[in-house]
Design a protein around this ligand. Structure first.
Ligand SMILES: C[S@@+](CC[C@H](N)C(=O)[O-])C[C@H]1O[C@@H](n2cnc3c(N)ncnc32)[C@H](O)[C@@H]1O
Length: 287
């Protein structure tokens, strides 16, 4: 154990696991035990408590909403990067290109709509990549009513995402064509340009809520490397629910090691971890 860390008994670990599962759907494996100790010891000490039992008792008996949020924020895994699993973005560019050819002008201002949801957006690299690649490939989207909803349960990552500022090292090995879209700011940092930032609304959302506070529908949903932390039944339910938020023929993009499992009934697999809803305009009109 590192200095300042608090011992975690089997019983206490079981209580932490039960709570994060109930609160966020996250199934912690036994391999996550050291992670729990390292991430939560600080939180426990800040509350001037001396054990994990006392901490869980405190959360259960009167901890504030902020305490519950701190608990979940400490246990999420937020790994992400720009253009992660980039075949999804190639597919999205081509799909949106087709939509642009056939989508009629709607609304009083005559702007056609495009709606995309990044569910489990972490620190924002995924929704910003969606915005950057689409504006770069289809500059005419500037004349569209184009919005990206980006949600996550973890309020710390959302605050970071909303700044749109990252260390230059985040560019990794992006091609010069992709990298040139970022603005360079003082201190070796990069910033997402305003036309891209203005497309995105970052909002807290726990995907485990029985109902979500918006109806969609979305032309595409990215829910990648999020369900990997859930158990199989929870994954199936989530993917099936996401399918109902898509427009007819819309697409769901999931993580490289995920599959829609029992939630797959309404989808057909059309590419590597790319699912299209089986709902077509015809079947929707007939329903
Ligand atoms: C590994 S990141 C994936 C980020 C991005 N989608 C990607 O693929 O690069 C997983 C994200 O899922 C979020 N998450 C975990 N449980 C969640 C839940 N119940 N509701 C919403 N977001 C959740 C975490 O906070 C974390 O930011």
């Amino acid at each position: 154990m590192e200095q300042g860390e608090i011992a975690l008994s089997d019983r206490e670990f079981a209580r932490v696991k039960a709570r994060v599962y109930a609160q966020a759907g996250i199934s912690l494996s036994d391999a996550k035990r050291t992670l729990v100790v390292s991430r939560l010891s600080k939180v426990v000490r800040q509350l001037r408590l001396d054990s994990f039992d006392a901490y869980i008792d405190y959360l259960e008996r009167g901890g504030s909403e902020k305490d519950s949020q701190d608990f979940v924020n400490s246990l999420t895994t937020n790994l992400t990067r720009f253009y992660r699993e980039d075949h999804h973005f190639d597919h999205l560019i081509s799909y949106v290109g087709q939509l642009m050819e056939r989508r009629p002008r709607v609304g009083p201002d005559g702007k056609p709509k495009l709606r995309i949801w990044s569910a489990g957006c972490s620190t924002g690299q995924e929704p910003y990549t969606i915005g950057m690649c689409l504006l770069q490939a289809h500059p005419d989207l500037k004349r569209w009513d184009f919005k990206i909803l980006a949600t996550d349960i973890d309020t710390n990552v959302l605050a970071k995402a909303a700044t749109g500022v990252y260390p230059e090292s985040e560019l990794g090995d992006l091609s010069p064509e992709r990298a040139r879209v970022f603005e360079r700011v003082a201190g070796g940092e990069i910033r997402i340009p305003m036309p891209v930032r203005s497309l995105i609304s970052f909002k807290p959302l726990n995907l485990m809520l029985p109902t979500w506070p918006f109806k969609g529908p979305f032309d595409a949903i990215f829910c990648r490397n999020v369900a990997i932390y859930f158990d199989k039944p929870t994954q199936g339910e989530l993917f099936s629910k996401l399918g109902k938020m898509l427009v007819p023929d819309g697409f769901l993009y999931i993580g490289h090691s995920e599959n829609v499992g029992s939630g797959g009934e309404g989808f057909r697999l059309v590419g590597k971890t790319i699912y299209q809803t089986k709902l077509t305009q015809k079947t929707r009109d007939a329903a």
